[in-house]
Design a protein. Structure first.
Length: 122
């Protein structure tokens, strides 16, 4: 009986975390720059009610770059990576598990849509 209660409590905790953070998890997108596709990955976590994130650009051999600020206001998702002078502004669609938006860097702007993905296997 205790095992069943433990499993039930674990499931409730997991549901609570995912409901509190609809953008928590891994998100993948592709940006086209000078006729070249670049894969981008955003890893979002929540701890103590605060969102944090890291950023990967596998085609540029970048992994784990800290995102300086990330916020979710209603359906609006915004983040900034000061190190590469980049800002992203998008709109979350919970039904399709996508964020549609625009990536701005060095005075240029590019469409960029993220799709929620399964965590990478280690």
């Amino acid at each position: 009986m205790r095992i069943i209660q433990s499993i039930a409590l674990t499931l409730v905790a997991a549901v609570s975390v995912s409901a509190a953070t609809p953008i928590g998890g891994d998100w993948q997108g592709v940006i086209k720059v000078q006729n070249q596709d670049l894969r981008l990955v955003l890893h979002v976590k929540e701890a103590a009610g605060k969102l944090t994130a890291t950023f990967d650009s596998p085609d540029q051999y970048v992994a784990g770059m800290p995102v300086d600020t990330i916020e979710l206001k209603g359906q609006q998702v915004n983040f900034e990576i000061k190190r590469i002078m980049s800002i992203y502004n998008g709109t979350l669609d919970n039904d399709t598990k996508t964020i549609s938006g625009s990536w701005s860097q060095l005075g240029m702007s590019f469409p960029l849509n993220f799709k929620k993905s399964a965590p990478a296997k280690k």
